[in-house]
Ligand binder design. Structure first.
Ligand SMILES: *[C@@H]1O[C@H](CO)[C@@H](O)[C@H](O)[C@H]1NC(C)=O
Ligand SMILES: *[C@@H]1O[C@H](CO)[C@@H](O)[C@H](O)[C@H]1NC(C)=O
Ligand SMILES: *[C@@H]1O[C@H](CO)[C@@H](O)[C@H](O)[C@H]1NC(C)=O
Ligand SMILES: *[C@@H]1O[C@H](CO)[C@@H](O)[C@H](O)[C@H]1NC(C)=O
Ligand SMILES: *[C@@H]1O[C@H](CO)[C@@H](O)[C@H](O)[C@H]1NC(C)=O
Ligand SMILES: *[C@@H]1O[C@H](CO)[C@@H](O)[C@H](O)[C@H]1NC(C)=O
Ligand SMILES: *[C@@H]1O[C@H](CO)[C@@H](O)[C@H](O)[C@H]1NC(C)=O
Ligand SMILES: *[C@@H]1O[C@H](CO)[C@@H](O)[C@H](O)[C@H]1NC(C)=O
Ligand SMILES: *[C@@H]1O[C@H](CO)[C@@H](O)[C@H](O)[C@H]1NC(C)=O
Ligand SMILES: *[C@@H]1O[C@H](CO)[C@@H](O)[C@H](O)[C@H]1NC(C)=O
Ligand SMILES: *[C@@H]1O[C@H](CO)[C@@H](O)[C@H](O)[C@H]1NC(C)=O
Ligand SMILES: *[C@@H]1O[C@H](CO)[C@@H](O)[C@H](O)[C@H]1NC(C)=O
Length: 684
């Protein structure tokens, strides 16, 4: 019998054997350490029964345990932590936890518990010591949750995130007297009935991010420390102004909602972080009490289910923002603020970070009344500022200010000695404004507003960003006495950098950005500490020699005119460089030895390697990869197919001639040859 006939049977046999084997070893797939059994991702379809009886923690994530059978935990009476994430679990039978009542921490995330929630709920109610319960990602609707949470009087942490809850009523969390943290992130909540949280007297952290809540009114959870309601559709946040107690709220996250008014905060609180970015907040005092417009002054709120709620808010009274005396961070970036109300800052004596980037401010007073002396960071970038109001005599009030971001405005004049007057200023971003640097002569001309700023002798300044400032030239000793470590000058096309422009900072500078300035005649060897350099987009066809005397670690050379990098240079660079950008250069495919040098150095990472191309002698552009280091004039894949196509007809005709010759001159050999080929078993 030909051997071929055995083969399929043999294959089936071995496959059977393999399946049999995995079935047999499945109980020994756990890693045991102390009293923990780690059995995650082991293709288990039931809880292993042969683990030590003393096991306290059992990790069974990423298996396919579709149900927990009544007896499955009988052998583990000391179990405290049980995790069954991602098992496609549908049901927990009612008696499962009767013998392991000490479970404190139970994670059932990412299963399908909506299928048999009543039975599962009954099983869970045996866990009288449960503290942590994770039910996220289980397809649960709000009418199922009460079954799952009945009698959970000891629960401290509960996650119901990624379910499909629509509304919260008074019954849903009724028994959770000890709950400290509740996660309701990523449901579809659009309504919270009054009293839904009334029994949660110990609740400290509540996360309702990524839901559809239209407003939060009558807020009165005084014990709450963190409230996260970001990414909803909230237009109003109004706390109950009648509550006498001090709220414990420290962090209120209302980012990415639809707030039109500044939130009405509790009248007494310890609020420290108020996060409001990505809303439509503005101030409207200029519209109030305007005789020509007859606008309403209060707003009232109704609940869909119960009667009219008593919440009213006085819209225009801007002294009613609530208690902000402990505020540390106010993030109002990406809103529609056109001005800040009079006395706004007097309400926040402890403010240290103020973010007002991307708003509609046309003026801003750096020395407004009440501006906190603890202000540490101020960001007014991306507004419409043409002028920055400053009272020079009260500038030293801002003694703590370290970060000042003025970028993306339309500033053309600033007080000449503004930066020099701020004693602790460390980071200044003036990018995309039209402000020049004062020369030595201009410097002594006084303190008034001018189109240049003094940057000399500022002993605290470390980082200075002047990207796209249309700088015409850097005057002599522009930064003398200012120990900059980080200087960004990119985008100042045509800026003239004099020989002595940077003398003051040559010993301190670590990062220098000179991208796209198109006039790169700088002697880099003076910067003894420089380790990062951006000289992209400068039409360079050769690397400046002075650059090779540095020990650069980060070098950006993209969008230049480099055709090659001499191997000697590549070698020197590779001693110190670990990050390199080279995209957008017209490299020559025949001169890629530098690439091998970098490869061999093993420490150089070309960040944009995947996008590099080179040009062949014929002008064809091709992808550059390590594999194709010998790409010179080379046949790339496409053209080799052309050769095949061209040669194929010739080859075929030659073969034809040979066969005709063969058949014509050795006719008697043909049948035997065919016969032998057809009958001989193929040598497998
Ligand atoms: C489940 O497995 C996936 C992929 O292996 C992994 O990313 C995930 O973290 C695992 N989940 C758990 C809870 O271990
Ligand atoms: C609960 O157990 C999980 C492991 O299953 C662990 O990651 C988590 O930190 C525990 N939670 C608490 C509050 O101990
Ligand atoms: C739940 O608590 C109620 C009373 O609050 C009690 O009657 C009931 O037996 C408890 N159920 C379980 C399963 O403990
Ligand atoms: C609020 O929740 C979102 C989404 O999980 C998260 O990115 C953000 O950091 C949270 N906010 C706070 C203050 O923790
Ligand atoms: C009153 O409202 C009108 C139109 O809305 C506006 O033009 C005017 O400037 C307002 N008056 C004040 C004092 O703001
Ligand atoms: C202003 O409001 C009052 C009461 O709401 C109303 O009687 C009056 O007609 C309104 N006036 C104008 C000019 O709209
Ligand atoms: C709603 O109002 C009616 C009468 O005005 C009252 O009988 C009922 O108790 C109120 N319902 C609630 C939930 O306050
Ligand atoms: C202001 O901050 C200081 C130090 O951080 C702190 O001691 C003080 O209690 C804060 N004041 C208020 C009103 O929160
Ligand atoms: C500037 O500040 C000083 C001291 O804080 C104050 O006396 C003076 O009135 C202010 N000047 C202006 C124009 O606001
Ligand atoms: C400057 O900052 C340092 C800490 O960074 C701080 O100790 C010092 O008090 C600040 N100086 C002023 C004038 O606030
Ligand atoms: C200043 O703000 C701009 C725009 O918001 C941002 O891109 C830039 O990184 C900020 N500068 C600094 C030094 O943080
Ligand atoms: C820097 O300050 C010193 C004294 O503090 C002074 O002698 C020197 O002239 C100043 N340099 C510049 C460039 O202003």
């Amino acid at each position: 019998m030909p051997l071929r006939c055995f083969l399929p049977w043999l294959l089936c046999f071995t496959m059977d054997l393999a399946f049999g084997a995995t079935g047999y070893v499945r109980h020994v797939q756990c890693t045991l350490s102390q009293r923990t059994a780690l059995c995650s991702g082991s293709k288990l379809s039931s809880v292993p029964v042969d683990l030590p009886g003393s096991t306290e923690e059992l990790q069974l994530n990423n298996n396919s345990i579709k149900q927990l059978k009544n007896s499955c935990l009988v052998g583990y009476p000391h179990l405290r932590v049980l995790s069954l994430v991602s098992n496609g679990m549908e049901v927990i039978e009612t008696e499962v936890f009767v013998h392991s009542r000490h479970v404190e921490n139970l994670s059932l995330a990412d299963n399908s518990l909506y299928l048999a929630y009543q039975q599962t709920g009954e099983a869970l109610s045996a866990l009288s010591q449960l503290k942590v319960l994770d039910l996220s990602g289980n397809g649960l609707a709000e009418d199922m949750v009460p079954f799952l949470l009945q009698n959970m009087t000891s629960l401290e942490y509960l996650s119901l995130s990624r379910n499909i809850l629509l509304r919260l009523d008074q019954t849903i969390f009724h028994h959770l007297y000890q709950l400290k943290e509740l996660n309701l992130e990523r449901n579809q909540l659009f309504e919270i009935e009054e009293g839904a949280f009334d029994n949660l007297q110990k609740l400290q952290r509540l996360n309702m991010a990524f839901n559809n809540l239209p407003c939060l009114v009558g807020f009165q959870l005084t014990k709450l420390v963190v409230l996260n309601a970001s990414h909803n559709a909230i237009e109003w946040f109004i706390s109950n102004q009648d509550v006498e107690d001090t709220f414990h709220l420290e962090t209120l996250d209302l980012r990415d909602n639809k707030l039109i008014f500044f939130p009405f905060l509790p009248s007494r609180s310890y609020l420290q972080n108020l996060l409001l970015s990505g809303n439509k907040v503005s101030f409207y005092q200029h519209l109030a009490y305007n005789s020509s417009s007859n606008w309403t002054t209060t707003v009232q709120f109704y609940n869909l289910n119960s009667n009219m709620s008593t919440v009213t808010a006085s819209l225009w009274d801007e002294s009613l923002h609530g208690d902000m005396s402990s505020l540390d961070l106010l993030d109002l970036s990406v809103n529609q603020v056109t001005y800040l109300p009079h006395g706004f800052f007097s309400q926040m004596p402890n403010l240290s970070r103020l973010k007002l980037g991307t708003n509609c401010l046309e003026t801003f007073s750096l020395t407004s009344e009440g501006m906190s002396s603890s202000l540490y960071e101020l960001d007014v970038s991306n507004n419409k500022l043409t002028v920055l109001q400053v009272n020079q005599s009260s500038l030293d009030m801002l003694g703590n200010l370290e970060h000042l971001n003025l970028s993306l405005n339309n500033l053309q004049k600033l007080p000449r000695r503004l930066f020099a007057s701020l004693p602790n200023l460390s980071v200044v971003d003036l990018s995309r404004n039209k402000v020049a640097i004062c020369s030595l002569e201009e410097q002594s001309a006084g303190t008034e507003y001018s189109d240049c700023v003094v940057l000399r002798n500022i002993s605290s300044l470390r980082q200075l960003y002047l990207r796209d400032c249309s700088l015409g030239q850097l005057p002599s000793m522009a930064f003398e006495g200012t120990p900059l470590t980080h200087l960004e000058l990119s985008g100042n096309t045509g800026v003239i950098i004099k020989e002595d422009s940077m003398t003051g900072i040559s010993q301190t500078l670590k990062y220098l950005g000179l991208g796209g300035i198109h006039s790169l005649n700088v002697d880099f060897s003076q910067f003894v500490c420089l380790h990062s350099l951006d000289i992209s987009a400068n039409s360079l066809s050769l690397l400046p020699d002075s650059l090779l005397r540095l020990s650069l670690r980060w070098l950006d050379l993209h969008d230049n005119h480099l055709q090659t990098i001499p191997v000697s240079q590549a070698q020197i660079l590779s001693y110190s460089i670990n990050t390199l950008f080279l995209g957008g250069n017209p490299f020559n495919c025949c001169q890629l030895d530098w690439l091998r040098t970098f490869e061999e150095a093993n420490t150089v990472i070309i960040e944009d390697l995947a996008s590099l191309t080179c040009f062949t002698d014929l002008g064809r552009e091709q992808r550059l990869s390590i594999r194709g280091l010998d790409m010179c004039g080379g046949v790339d894949e496409e053209s080799s197919w052309w050769y095949v196509l061209l040669l194929l007809p010739a080859f075929l005709s030659l073969l034809g001639v040979a066969i005709i010759f063969f058949v014509t001159f050795r006719p008697n050999q043909l049948p035997r040859e065919i016969k032998r080929r057809c009958w001989r078993p193929t040598p497998y």
